[in-house]
Design a binder for this molecule. Structure first.
Ligand SMILES: Cc1cc2nc3c(=O)[nH]c(=O)nc-3n(C[C@H](O)[C@H](O)[C@H](O)COP(=O)(O)OP(=O)(O)OC[C@H]3O[C@@H](n4cnc5c(N)ncnc54)[C@H](O)[C@@H]3O)c2cc1C
Length: 355
C-alpha cells in the first residue's frame, strides 16, 4: 500500500484526500498548519461554480473547470449540499462591450460551453427587470453553492475512509531518504508520495525541499469583497462583459444562498487602509447597471488572496501549475486561483492519475 502525504487541508487537499481514499489503495496523511480545514482561500471567495466561458482553450483551467463543474453539481445533489444553478450574465452596457459578447461567446463554444447565448435588451429586461444593460451573454450552467458544507463533507468522508488528519502542524520539516520522504509527527513517518497543495505557501515549501529546482515566483493579488443585505432582486450572477485574456478589474454581483449579495472581488495591488474610499470604488463599479442600490447597506465583508504565479518578471502564468518534480514522487500544485474551487474535484482526479 502506497503512503501519501498531503500538505494543506484547503479545498484542494481535501478533494485529493477524498478522491484517493475512495480507492482504499493508499495510506493517507494530511497535515494542516492551522487548527481546522478550509482556513485559507477556500472560504474567502465568491463561492461561484464557474461555467468556463473565458479560459484559454485546452488549458488546465478550461478542462478541469468544465469537468469540475459537473462533478460539483453531482456531489451537491448526492450529499444534499445547498446549491443554486443561477446562471451568469455578462452584461454589456456600451457598444464596445456589446462587441465583447461575440468574442466571449466564440471562446465559450470553443471551450466546450455549448449552452451560452446572447440575449437582447428585451429579453434581458424580462429576465432581470432591475438590471440596466444593452445586451448580455447568458451562461446558464454557472451557479453558487455552500462551500462550507462542501468542504465539511469532503473532510467527513475522508475521515470515514481512514485518512489521518493532523492539524496545527507548524514546523514542517521534510527529509528525503532515498526515494521516500520523512516527517516527524509524534514519531518518524515515511511516505512514498508528497502532494504539496499548501496554497499560498506551496512554492516556498517546494523551494525549501528542492533548492536547485526552478519553480515559478509568487505574485499575490488581494481581492476584497463588500456585501449588501438589500434585496437587489437579481437572480443571476452579474459580470461585466470582457475580452478573454484581457480581463480588467470589475465588480461582480453574486447572490448569496441565504439572501443578500456579495460584491467584488476587487483587485488590490497594495494593502488598503481606507475602506471608505474602497467602498466608493465598489459603488461606482455597479451603480450604473442597477436600477437602484442603497449605498448605506454596503459593508466591508472579507478578502482573499489570489495565488498568482510568474515564471519571468513580466508575464503572469495564466494557468494552474500541477506538476511532478522530475525524478521525485512529489507533486506541486501552484497558482490554484479561480476557478480552483469549481475545479477541485477534477483536480483531485487529475492528481490521482499522476500517482
Ligand atoms: C478573491 C478570490 C475569489 C475566488 N472566487 C472563486 C470562485 O468564485 N469560484 C472558484 O471556483 N474559485 C474561486 N477562487 C479560487 C479558490 O478560492 C481557490 O482556487 C481555492 O480556494 C484554492 O484552494 P487551496 O486548497 O489550493 O488553497 P487554500 O484554501 O488556501 O488552502 C491551503 C491550505 O494549506 C495550508 N497550509 C499552508 N502552509 C502550510 C504548511 N506549511 N503546512 C501545512 N499546511 C499549510 C493552509 O493553512 C490552507 O489551509 C477565488 C479565489 C480568490 C482569492
Amino acid at each position: 500500500m502506497k503512503s501519501i502525504l498531503i500538505i494543506g487541508a484547503g479545498v484542494i487537499g481535501l478533494s485529493i484526500a477524498h478522491e484517493l481514499s475512495k480507492t482504499k489503495k493508499f495510506k493517507i496523511v494530511v497535515i494542516e498548519r492551522s487548527n481546522s480545514f478550509g482556513s485559507g482561500n477556500t472560504l474567502k471567495n465568491s463561492q461561484v461554480i464557474h461555467s468556463g466561458v473565458y479560459y484559454k482553450k485546452n488549458s488546465l483551467k478550461n478542462n478541469l473547470c468544465l469537468k469540475g463543474k459537473k462533478l460539483i453539481y453531482e456531489f451537491c445533489k448526492k450529499y444534499k449540499i445547498k446549491y443554486l444553478k443561477t446562471g451568469k450574465l455578462f452584461l454589456a452596457c456600451s457598444k464596445k462591450e456589446e462587441s465583447y459578447l461575440k468574442i466571449l461567446k466564440k471562446n465559450a463554444l470553443k471551450n466546450g460551453v455549448k449552452d451560452v447565448r446572447i440575449i437582447n435588451q428585451k429579453e434581458l429586461y424580462k429576465m432581470e427587470p432591475f438590471l440596466n444593460g444593452n445586451k448580455a451573454l447568458l451562461s446558464p450552467s454557472a451557479g453558487i453553492f455552500d462551500v462550507k458544507a462542501f468542504v465539511k463533507k469532503l473532510f467527513e468522508i475522508s475521515k470515514r475512509n481512514k485518512v489521518n488528519f493532523n492539524f496545527k502542524v507548524k514546523n514542517l520539516d521534510i527529509k528525503k531518504i532515498n526515494s521516500k520522504f520523512q516527517i516527524y509527527l509524534s514519531k518518524k513517518k515515511l511516505f512514498d508520495y508528497v502532494i504539496n497543495c499548501a496554497g499560498m505557501n506551496a512554492i516556498d515549501i517546494a523551494r525549501r525541499n528542492f533548492p536547485n529546482y526552478r519553480f515559478p515566483k509568487n505574485k499575490y493579488v488581494r481581492g476584497v469583497y463588500f456585501k449588501t443585505k438589500e434585496n437587489l432582486k437579481l437572480k443571476k450572477i452579474v459580470y461585466r462583459a470582457m475580452v478573454p485574456g484581457h480581463i480588467k478589474e470589475r465588480i461582480d454581483i453574486t447572490p448569496l444562498l441565504d439572501g443578500g449579495y456579495i460584491l467584488g472581488p476587487s483587485v488590490e495591488k497594495n494593502h488598503f487602509n481606507n475602506k471608505k474610499k474602497l467602498k466608493y470604488k465598489f459603488i461606482n463599479g455597479i451603480k450604473n447597471h442597477l436600477m437602484s442600490i442603497n449605498e448605506k447597506k454596503i459593508l466591508y465583508y472579507k478578502e482573499g488572496i489570489r495565488p498568482k504565479i510568474m515564471f519571468n518578471k513580466v508575464n503572469l502564468n495564466e494557468d494552474f501549475y500541477i506538476k511532478k518534480v522530475k525524478n521525485n514522487n512529489w507533486i506541486n500544485l501552484f497558482g490554484i486561483e479561480s476557478p480552483g474551487l469549481t475545479s477541485a474535484l477534477s483536480i483531485a482526479k487529475y492528481v490521482k492519475r499522476m500517482i
